[in-house]
Write a protein that binds this ligand. Sequence first.
Ligand code: SAM
Length: 303
Amino acid sequence: MSPVAGPGYEVVPGGPADAFRDHVVRAYQDAPGDWQKVLGEQLHFQWGVFGHPDSPRPVSLDEAGLRHLRCQLAVAGAFGLRHPAPRRILDVGCGWGATLRHLAADFPDCPRLDGINISAEQLAYCAGQSDGTDRIRLYLCDAADIAGLPDGAQPYDLVLARGAITHFPPQVYESAAEALARRMRPGGLLVVSETLYSEEVLAAEQQLPPSEDHLALGHRKSLKYVTEVLRDNGFRVLDERPLPSPEDAARWVLELKSNIDAYFPHGASPPLEAIRAMAAELATALLQRRASVHSIVAERWEA
Ligand SMILES: C[S@@+](CC[C@H](N)C(=O)[O-])C[C@H]1O[C@@H](n2cnc3c(N)ncnc32)[C@H](O)[C@@H]1O
């Protein structure tokens, strides 16, 4: 089936939605203006690199978010990210579009940058930020349905998945990895940023009932699981490392909490309240190495 036209984005029909999808959609339905108070104007929502002591001056969340993305692109650069220059890029779980906008500027000769998301609210915001060219294409598409993205004859040279796998139920992650392997050029690079948990934490954790999981984080994963699925689907892991540092990651989540306290002292929406409630515990887990933020660069294996 071919995609159906939508307001600033196309809709990629997929298989039956898993029950968790609505949950994720609800986590991102608040006004972008509310999220900007918490995350910063640019709406990067995948941790930040503050980089002290090199940068003793205050570093904003916007700057820290962009630095994190740039650090990951620099790591991928060592594995030939720019040679040959990417002709088609995909951002899986593109949020409000901050990464796509940066990549469009960073790869000015790349004619095609696709972003997929299951949040229509976020895609509508992305569409409103268009630079007037048709280089950035937006799709309301579940990661499980990547096989249905149009123009299958043109493979992806570079795929980013930053903060999205966190939300995926295991079957969605496994389907996405399989579809990505089929849609990427052999030798193409996959750049992942994920919050991961030690096997001990995962074994001991009590799952929140979905009705209380307002950030849709119920499907926690370990580094072992995330990388094994990639390997099983034809990817070679070229680099994996904690990034940002535990100290920067802890600082980032505490800054979000501090913004929520400052802007919403009398209560905020359920997802923002969930960040306020978990920030201190998550910062502690990061500093104690029970959780980590990992950067993974993997290559679509060339047989
Ligand atoms: C933590 S945000 C990260 C956003 C963005 N990548 C960034 O770095 O700012 C996670 C994003 O993944 C999207 N997402 C979650 N589950 C998805 C799925 N199954 N398919 C596509 N997108 C999904 C969410 O809607 C959200 O936009």
